[in-house]
Design a protein around this ligand. Structure first.
Ligand code: PEP
Ligand code: CO
Length: 452
């Protein structure tokens, strides 16, 4: 923990007085200042009222009346930007949400890791590639994955490009979720061709048939399925890790309705495992914005740390404001999670507990691929549910890295992706993601865990 005292008064820039980890070494301060002032002049991406709506939905999650599904890429990129890619990611999240809603009879709060997830925390500032020491890749918001000094030099012009890509992504998401694509009567159409033939796809098809029949039944009973917007639109929120504080500051605006500050780069922001120092710049920044916020918690987190985080991020103890995202890893979750869950409960902290079964389960194969085992992901989730069941607390949600594509990045699942298969379609810019079938399989398993 740092020894610097937090500033007395919060402003969008007061974080600059505190140590901020994981910030790039921008070589040209003038160019950075230009990019940030360009961003500060742009319209907000989201509105304060939307962020407040999400917080109230997360309040229902905290009470066990809804379930949080948060997912998307580890890192969005400029290269993988396409309308089809956005549509397919939304499709898989909608499919998962339908499986969970129907299977567990709970409303699902859908939050994408999307439209802003472009910056990555790294364990080392440099890496050596072919004998050349290079700045590490920090996400497309900062530099280019290609291994040359030119590509890896942080370029602040990328921050502006991130904003525009996020705006275009969000625009399409708003159109998809409001304009008929997410209509429950299209539940079958979310099954992509390459999934439909698979075991998970067929299981989904059976469920989609049941939903279609239920809608017909409701219509026959006189419910106006045709015109009731609840059947035609979905609420979908965006989120990303609030890592590059200059970017977040530039998009922070005062809400004209309440006078409060909101980070209008996304509805929900989280602080990562590496930057969650309660006295550090990231937590300080998020303490002053009105959005719902999350904190990743790895296996070294203590109850006192969580209490310090809650004191800063949720001093009023409002349900839905703070989501704790546990990412312990399959081998350690048994031992690391129960004391935290118990401590948070005993100290009366109002939180949403979510499980990220991805980030504690990453390893590199002999072939050099960063991967995760589907079985480890499932194991961590099972323990998460078991712990909450045992402690009488609420297992509120999941936080998943996934894609709508047919990639081969994580091992196992019904397709039995093996070591030797990883090279076939390994496309992530950072961490390995569940593919469409694995994500759907996970949703079916989750629905059973939720029902139990
Ligand atoms: C991430 O969510 O991509 C990430 C880096 O997570 P964590 O901070 O938990 O390591
Ligand atoms: Co990741």
């Amino acid at each position: 923990m740092s020894t610097t005292a937090p500033p007395q008064v919060w402003t969008p820039s007061s974080w600059t007085a505190l140590p901020a980890g994981q910030q790039p070494d921008w070589p040209d301060a003038g160019a950075l200042a230009d990019a940030l002032s360009t961003l500060a002049a742009q319209p907000p991406l989201v509105f304060a009222g939307e962020a407040r709506d999400l917080q109230s939905r997360l309040g229902q999650v905290a009470a066990g009346e809804a379930f949080l599904l948060q997912g998307g890429d580890c890192a969005e990129t400029f290269a993988a930007f396409s309308a089809d890619g956005i549509r397919d990611k939304l499709k898989v999240l909608l499919q998962m949400a339908v499986v969970l809603t129907y299977g567990a009879q709970l409303p699902v709060v859908k939050v994408g890791r999307i439209a802003g997830q472009f910056a990555k925390p790294r364990s080392a500032a440099t890496e050596t590639v072919d004998g050349l020491r290079l700045p590490v890749y920090r996400g497309d918001a900062v530099n280019d994955l290609q291994a040359s000094l030119e590509h890896r030099t942080p370029d602040p012009g990328r921050l502006v490009r991130v904003y525009h890509q996020a705006a275009a992504t969000l625009n399409l998401l708003r159109a998809f979720t409001r304009g008929g694509f997410a209509d429950l009567r299209r539940v079958h159409a979310w099954n992509q061709e390459f999934v439909a033939a698979s075991a998970q796809g067929q299981r989904y098809c059976v469920l989609a048939d049941e939903i279609s029949r239920s809608l017909q039944f409701l219509a026959a009973c006189g419910v106006d399925v045709e015109h009731d917007p609840r059947f035609h639109t979905v609420d979908f929120w965006t989120s990303h890790e609030a890592l590059l504080l200059g970017y977040e500051q530039a998009l922070t605006r005062r809400d004209s309705l309440t006078g409060d500050w909101y980070d209008c780069s996304a509805h929900m922001l989280w602080v990562g495992e590496r930057t969650r120092d309660p006295d550090g710049a990231h937590v300080h920044f998020l303490s002053g914005v009105g959005n719902p916020v999350g904190v990743k918690l790895g296996p070294t987190a203590t109850v006192d740390e969580v209490e310090a985080l809650a004191a800063r991020l949720n001093p009023a103890n409002e349900p839905g404001r703070l989501t704790l995202i546990a990412r312990m890893g399959a081998p350690r979750v048994d031992e690391a999670l129960p004391p935290l869950v118990r401590g948070v409960r005993d100290r009366g902290l109002a939180v949403v507990w979510s499980c990220d079964p991805m980030h504690g389960n990453t390893f590199t194969t002999d072939g050099g691929y960063k991967t995760r085992r589907f079985s480890d992901v499932l194991h961590e989730l099972r323990v998460f549910f078991g712990v909450h069941h045992g402690e009488g607390t609420v297992p509120g949600g999941v936080h998943i890295e996934l894609t709508g594509d047919d990639v081969t990045e994580c091992l196992g699942g019904a397709q039995e992706i093996a070591d030797l298969d990883l090279g076939q379609r390994y496309e992530t810019a950072c961490d390995p993601r569940l593919n469409n079938q694995q994500a759907l399989e996970l949703a079916f398993q989750l629905a059973e865990m939720l029902r139990a």
